[in-house]
Design a protein around this ligand. Sequence first.
Ligand code: SAM
Length: 261
Amino acid sequence: MKHTAAAGYGGPLEAVGFVLLGLILAGCTAPLETPLDAAPGVAGRSAQAPPGREGDRMRMVERQLLTRDITDPRVVRAMRRVPRERFVPPDQRQRAYEDRPLPIGYRQTISQPYIVAYMTQALRLTPDAKVLEVGTGSGYQAAVLAELAAAVYSIEIITQLAERARDTLAELGYANVQVRQGDGYAGWPEQAPFDAIMVTAAPDHVPQPLVDQLAVGGRLIIPVGQNRQTLTILTRTEDGVEQDTTLPVLFVPMTGEAERR
Ligand code: SAM
């Protein structure tokens, strides 16, 4: 498996560049307060690419995903469909298909395309799945999940990001995504159980409420750790929980309740 690291988290790692011995750097905290602009969307479940970037998107899939370990055809198809440039601020649009995370404002990031695809693939979603995402950010990951699942519930702690993601997803016609502003540590109990849960901010432990909201047979993927993390996959069984660890990654920290525990 070939892992090429993307850009960093905070100043020092940003300067290190793209190749860091297999460490996948999925987040960074470059401050950016630029709002997304709002091109008109299309109706329906799936997004439609504005002209001009489809070639970039196909190349991103070919070079960044298919040359690595993204093999699930449904995930590949979803990554070919979602217009990533619509989820980044205008001054980042040219870079939308680069092999790295990008700043989205409020010291948060949209994750590297490979990490989005990797985490999505790890959930093994079926078309009837009900999915919870913690850390909506730009809404891009939620859109990819929405291409593959029946319903996506996504929680974002920063009000402005939650509102912006909600608008972008609505403009693009993703009627099967609900975005809520709040602390995702507690999950979304009213909608539980979930067939899959994805956490895209890093706590130093797995929040128990999320484990409790996983259906039997369901999978939870989460970066766990303080400065650097390990992507951890939990599978709920009849008897308890099985845990597996995969990639080393670098995500922005989970804030709120996770920091107090
Ligand atoms: N999935 C996002 C996307 O596609 O753009 C990228 C997520 S970004 C790496 C992590 C996000 O998690 C940030 O927007 C951050 O504000 C959010 N976050 C951090 N702690 C959170 C919490 N306790 N509950 C909900 N969201 C949280």
